[in-house]
Design a protein around this ligand. Structure first.
Ligand SMILES: CC(C)(COP(=O)(O)OP(=O)(O)OC[C@H]1O[C@@H](n2cnc3c(N)ncnc32)[C@H](O)[C@@H]1OP(=O)(O)O)[C@@H](O)C(=O)NCCC(=O)NCCS
Length: 217
């Protein structure tokens, strides 16, 4: 009864997955201090996975409720990049002009102008073609569900013969890098500053890419 169950995603899980994405979207907390528009945020970070590649998503179920997910992509080259997804939402919802999102987007533009170059973006490397996003609700963290979701995903990649997987996380997230390193990932390239992003107290935030080879069966 009190066990956290890991299972493949079903289409009826979609609203829960989107909700969890918003409730945990900034290092495990809601991103509302910089992105106060739920639909566009959920669309950017979940729509491709639930709608185009649902067979690569796993969910954690606890007491009959979805409490977490792993969104996977087997071949990153086939998926839209986060910046493509953001741009689509930017125009669709006029995010540059909404009070709850304008600050973030204008600050992103200012950061990009100041740094004189575009960020590297999503890793496109044939050795690590797959990627993932993982988020759990606070009440089930630290109980092995994250590890079980990662194991389910790596097993699937192994069965498909994938050579490797990467992921991006925030360097400043105290639960990000240590958890992924425990799960066999390692740092791949230098952390980069994320345009527009700040902590609630105003410090800049870095993105870091981690990788893991998939051992064949
Ligand atoms: C990060 C997250 C997915 C981890 O899942 P979890 O269920 O809490 O982690 P688990 O209980 O499965 O831990 C697996 C292993 O990682 C270790 N670990 C987890 N968090 C850790 C941390 N902050 N520091 C060091 N080790 C950590 C655990 O000790 C455990 O190791 P063990 O096997 O030796 O006991 C989850 O806490 C979460 O969703 N957090 C909020 C959102 C987030 O930060 N997402 C990830 C970044 S994109």
């Amino acid at each position: 009864m009190d066990e956290i169950k890991i299972r493949p995603y079903r289409s009826e899980d979609r609203p829960s997955v989107r909700e969890i994405c918003y409730l945990t979207g900034y290092m495990g907390d809601p991103p509302d201090f910089y992105w106060q528009h739920r639909d566009s945020f959920m669309e950017v970070w979940t729509a491709y996975y639930t709608d185009q590649e649902p067979e690569s998503t796993f969910v954690a179920e606890y007491r009959g409720r979805i409490v977490g997910y792993l969104l996977g992509c087997v071949d990153t080259a086939r998926a839209p990049s986060p910046s493509e997804m953001v741009q689509k939402q930017l125009w669709r919802h006029a995010l540059l002009f909404r009070p709850g999102t304008a600050g973030f987007f204008w600050r992103s533009i200012a950061d990009l102008i100041r740094q004189h170059r575009l960020p590297e973006g999503e890793l496109r490397d044939a050795r690590y073609p797959a990627h993932l996003h993982i988020n759990l609700m606070p009440e089930v963290r630290g109980r092995g569900a994250g590890a079980a979701l990662i194991r389910a995903w790596l097993n699937k990649l192994r069965s498909l013969g994938s050579p490797g997987c990467h992921l991006s996380t925030l360097l400043e997230n105290p639960n990000g890098v240590p958890f992924f390193e425990r799960m066999g990932f390692r740092k791949f390239r230098d952390p980069v500053l994320i345009p527009g992003m700040r902590t609630p107290s105003g410090e800049r935030i870095h993105e870091i890419t981690l990788i893991q080879e998939i051992e064949s069966l």
